[in-house]
Design a protein around this ligand. Structure first.
Ligand SMILES: NC(=O)c1ccc[n+]([C@@H]2O[C@H](COP(=O)([O-])OP(=O)(O)OC[C@H]3O[C@@H](n4cnc5c(N)ncnc54)[C@H](O)[C@@H]3O)[C@@H](O)[C@H]2O)c1
Length: 322
């Protein structure tokens, strides 16, 4: 019988790629999503789709009755600025929604493994020297990061006390086809649209601030590895946490130049005043994921940006480069 996976947030950017990947490996896939930012047409045709809120009794009932082999939990409020504007809404989805799922797994008594999508960039904060390993002291600056860290603590608790296998994947800035401009790597989607419109690229601050841009296909591979590989013993918060990035810092100016090269389109780069609260440098060390999950980021920035630009061009009915 096919192994079963529930992908919460599977109508969204990263979740839909994960659903695709599990289907391609022969799993039976169920997607749970309330379509608050996701789109029904992104749910792969081979998946069962349940439209519910992750915090609802119906979602809990689905998990309890479903006794899934794996849950990839991505459903979340993902916008850091929204979390600052409305921390209650952010925590309701990102903390309470997670607890709702974990309680349902506990009640089910099934040997479900939970793979949680967390963040590296928003957890380690401004004082970490990149590339940051998993042991870097956490220092989230916005409610979004605080809620993700809080959910990680709950997962560690469910592992320690209730024996539920939970893996935490801390992503860098994920980019790729279907991405939304509001996510942590929104700049890639914004730059693609600007290039397609022949508009200048706006860069805030010096443009030398760095991020770790990881391709969504590599993030899907990391979820499959985390769902299937043997895990280290549980215990501390970080024992089963893995950074998923490239280990490389890319500045916004480098990103703009590389994307223009991949797109074969050049428009001017305009500098605008720095945005308050932005951290200067960020990249994630990925040695632990390489060693334990046998995972590595296989897509170069040039390959990933080219695929992303082609996607946005095709969405407008234009071949890339025109
Ligand atoms: N994009 C990044 O760079 C990045 C970086 C680090 C972590 N993450 C995490 O990865 C996950 C996926 O992010 P994404 O970029 O694909 O965002 P996304 O907005 O495309 O996906 C989130 C999905 O969750 C759904 N959702 C939101 N609230 C829900 C609720 N209450 N009940 C049910 N479904 C709900 C949305 O409709 C959407 O389909 C999130 O947990 C996010 O925090 C993303």
């Amino acid at each position: 019988m096919a192994r079963t996976v529930l992908v919460t947030g599977g109508a969204g950017f990263i979740g839909s790629h994960i659903a695709d990947r599990f289907l391609a490996h022969g799993w039976a896939v169920t997607v749970l999503d309330n379509l608050s930012s996701g789109r029904a047409e992104q749910v792969p045709a081979g998946a069962r789709f349940v439209r519910e809120d992750v915090g609802s009794p119906a979602a809990a009932a689905l998990v309890e009755a479903g006794r899934f082999d794996v849950i990839c939990h991505l459903a979340a409020q993902i916008d850091v600025r929204n979390s600052v504007a409305d921390p209650v809404a952010d925590a309701t989805i990102n903390i309470l929604g997670t607890i709702n799922l974990m309680e349902a797994v506990r009640r089910s008594g099934a040997p479900t493994r939970v793979v949680f999508s967390s963040t590296g960039g928003a957890l380690y904060g401004a004082f970490a020297e990149p590339p940051s390993p998993e042991e870097t002291p956490t220092n989230p600056e916005a409610p979004y990061g605080i809620a993700k860290l809080s959910a990680e603590h709950y997962l560690a608790y469910y592992g320690r006390v209730h024996g539920i296998e939970a893996v935490v994947l801390r992503y860098g800035n994920v980019y790729g086809p279907r991405q939304d401009p509001h996510g942590e790597a929104g700049v890639v989607a914004i730059f693609c649209s600007r290039l397609l419109d022949g508009q200048p690229l706006t860069v805030f601050g010096t443009g030398r601030q760095t991020r770790d841009y990881v391709y969504v296909g590599d993030v899907a591979s990391a979820n499959l590895a985390a769902a299937t590989r043997p895990l280290p013993p549980t215990g501390t918060l970080g024992a089963r946490a893995f950074n998923i990035g490239t280990g490389r810092e890319t500045s916004v100016l480098e990103l703009a130049a590389e994307l223009q090269r991949c797109a074969g389109v050049e428009t001017p780069v305009q500098l605008a005043p720095a945005r308050p609260g932005e951290i200067e440098r960020s990249a994630l060390a990925v040695d632990k994921a390489r060693a334990v999950l046998d995972w590595s980021p296989g897509t170069t920035l040039a390959e990933g940006l080219a695929a992303t630009y082609r996607h946005f061009a095709a969405a407008r009915g234009r071949p890339a480069g025109s």
